[in-house]
Design a protein around this ligand. Structure first.
Ligand code: DX5
Ligand code: ZN
Length: 218
């Protein structure tokens, strides 16, 4: 298996020193940026302006997770803000393939995410339009929740579909990833791992990234 991709979620960072907190995980591969609109999920985070300030302090891939309604209206703002990978929720759009095509035309990676209650099967036929699938292993909206192991079945189904069809798509997992859970996610077939509290809740975030990467190298 390829080296695991670690994507710390800045939702768990200290926003009063955001630049410093992003630089604290310079050894991570990507930076996960959680966008919440207070409608699609019952919480608000931040928008394109803060995303742009994060982009200014790092060259790392910005992995932007849009937990918002009407993603079609907003994706261009996040691309302009520096997103390298834009992930929208299939529950929030009528035409996930059209939106994926738009993202790729704009030169960014296209990703879709699913809430825990949303099955993966209806989307398997459309995988070739995407660069990444983000499997939620908590209900989106808040950091610090418990990992839902039953979501690994979705990862296994995806892994099988991707490998059988020789597709070039990454499987990323988000929610409750920690030293205790990351190994099982890696074994199920994940390539990329979001971790918020398991990185920023530690005194040394860079060391936490290193340890998670080691545990995911199965
Ligand atoms: C949840 C977000 C996650 C969250 C992960 O809605 O999408 O990215 O920040 O936080 P932890 O790793 O603490 O579960
Ligand atoms: Zn996220």
């Amino acid at each position: 298996m390829a080296t695991p991709i670690l994507s710390p979620s800045i939702l768990a960072a200290d926003f009063s020193r955001l630049g410093e907190q992003v630089r604290a995980v310079a050894n991570a591969d990507w930076i996960h940026v959680d966008i919440m609109d207070g409608h699609f999920v019952p919480n608000l985070s931040f928008g394109p302006d803060i995303t742009k300030t994060v982009d200014k302090v790092t060259d790392q891939v910005l992995d932007v997770h849009l937990m918002i309604e009407n993603p079609e209206q907003w994706v261009d703002s996040y691309i302009d803000a520096g997103a390298d990978c834009v992930i929208f929720h299939v529950e929030a759009t009528e035409d996930h393939v059209a939106l994926a095509k738009h993202l790729r035309n704009k030169g960014v990676r296209a990703g879709f995410s699913l809430k825990p209650g949303t099955p993966i099967e209806p989307y398997l036929a459309d995988l070739a339009h995407f660069d990444l699938v983000l499997v939620m292993s908590v209900e989106p909206g808040f950091g610090g929740q418990s990992f839902m192991p039953d979501q690994l079945e979705k990862v296994r189904i995806l892994r099988e579909a991707i490998d059988t069809n020789g597709l070039d798509i990454l499987i990323e997992i988000d929610g409750g990833i920690s030293e205790k859970t990351i190994e099982s996610a890696a074994q199920a077939g994940c390539d990329a791992f979001v971790a918020g509290s398991a990185v920023y809740g530690k005194p040394d975030p860079a060391a936490a990234v290193e340890e998670l990467r080691r545990l995911a190298s199965v």
